[in-house]
Design a protein around this ligand. Structure first.
Ligand SMILES: Cc1cc2nc3c(=O)[nH]c(=O)nc-3n(C[C@H](O)[C@H](O)[C@H](O)COP(=O)(O)OP(=O)(O)OC[C@H]3O[C@@H](n4cnc5c(N)ncnc54)[C@H](O)[C@@H]3O)c2cc1C
Length: 340
């Protein structure tokens, strides 16, 4: 069981174990996020995967820049039950496309670094309360921050940005000033078009079901990885349940109600109860991340046709990490450190 080990006024910490449910074969298991346990502790392994297959995970130590995650193994089980759920969760990209070296960088900092680096942190109630509102409050206290201004274009002279044109605001950039962009890739590429950017994106879908305490009691685990199903990860909170589907392009043109019904049916199979679908809300972002393939990371690496007084940040600008909140924070830190 994914055991709760600590609670502060904002964060809950769980042991580094993950519970999985295979909908097609009606099987469940738990794995440890410690590589040693995963390989050698038979109670913490995926059933049906041999020690030999597990050892092939170590092939990732020798990946080349051009390798996809899929090329790491011939074992269909290891692909389906290990590489696929982790690659989708971390890289929002299928194992066929995902650049293995990026996943390796994540594994190096987590599973390969021992259990202590794999604890699972969840907000006490929700991320809005724990992170987003405190961050907004903090930013509001800073001077000269303008909210809700959309950058429309920039004026460039002698390869330097000299003006930022927002929807209802213009800002002149002085000679020694530096501009830091935190625009997402699809906005950035329109404003600075003279580079070869990744053009294809994958969507991410989140669906939140409002559920009663009674329904919550049917779940034995707070986090569930789903296999052979449309749902990929379930997070059971105090009064709602959130489902994440990465690389969710198949749902791009499907009506919200059909998506909700399909996902709710899968949840009913997991808990082995037929329950009427509760109130739900869907969040679907079609351009959540670019397809994180070796070719697209190469394109990002080669971006150099930019004004001299511009620093770029944002999840997509990192060439060693996947497009996630962590990558975005690291890129912001790097941008600021560059100024020091
Ligand atoms: C549904 C969904 C679920 C996700 N789940 C996870 C997860 O569980 N874990 C994880 O690590 N990551 C997750 N991600 C990815 C994560 O949200 C991103 O990696 C992260 O938000 C990137 O941060 P960022 O600051 O680089 O860009 P963004 O968060 O995209 O911020 C860019 C900002 O720029 C603004 N903007 C855009 N154009 C302009 C313009 N022209 N002028 C001014 N402002 C502009 C946007 O409105 C936005 O506020 C998820 C993404 C989605 C869509």
């Amino acid at each position: 069981m994914c055991k709760l080990i600590r609670t502060t006024d904002k964060i809950k910490t769980f042991e580094p174990n993950l519970f999985f449910f295979d909908k097609l074969n009606n099987k469940s298991w738990e794995i440890s996020l410690s590589l040693f346990d995963l390989i050698f502790n038979k109670n913490k392994r995926i059933p049906g995967i041999t020690v030999f297959e597990y050892l092939s995970i170590l092939k990732i130590l020798f990946v080349r820049n051009s390798d996809s995650v899929e090329s790491l193994t011939n074992s269909l089980n290891l692909k389906k039950l290990f590489w696929e759920p982790f690659t989708l969760a971390v890289m929002n990209t299928s194992i066929t496309d995902a650049k293995a070296k990026i996943l390796f960088n994540v594994l190096k900092q987590t599973i390969f670094s021992g259990k202590n680096k794999c604890y699972i942190y969840q907000p006490l109630n929700n991320w809005n309360e724990t992170v987003i509102q405190p961050a907004i409050e903090y930013i509001k206290k800073l001077n000269n921050i303008s909210f809700r201004k959309r950058l429309k274009s920039v004026v460039i002279k002698n390869n330097h940005i000299i003006r930022l044109n927002f929807n209802d605001l213009e800002i002149d950039i002085k000679e020694k000033d530096i501009v830091i962009s935190a625009l997402p890739l699809n906005s950035f590429s329109k404003i600075f078009p003279k580079n070869n950017y990744p053009e294809k994106f994958n969507s991410i879908l989140n669906i939140h079901f409002k559920i009663s305490k009674n329904i919550i009691s049917y779940f034995n685990n707070k986090i569930v990885g789903m296999i052979n199903s449309k749902s990929q990860w379930l997070f059971i909170k105090t009064n709602y349940l959130s489902v994440t589907v990465s690389n969710a392009n198949v749902f791009d043109n499907v009506p919200a109600e059909s998506i909700a019904k399909e996902i709710w049916e899968e949840i009913c199979i997991l808990i082995n109860k037929k329950i009427k679908m509760p109130f739900y809300r869907i969040i679907k972002e079609k351009t959540a991340t670019f397809i994180q393939s070796p070719e697209n990371f190469e394109k990002i690496k080669k971006i150099d046709n930019l004004p001299k007084n511009l620093i770029i940040s944002g999840d997509w600008t990192q060439n060693n990490l996947p497009c996630t909140i962590e990558g975005s924070i690291m890129s912001g830190k790097k941008a600021v450190e560059f100024l020091k």
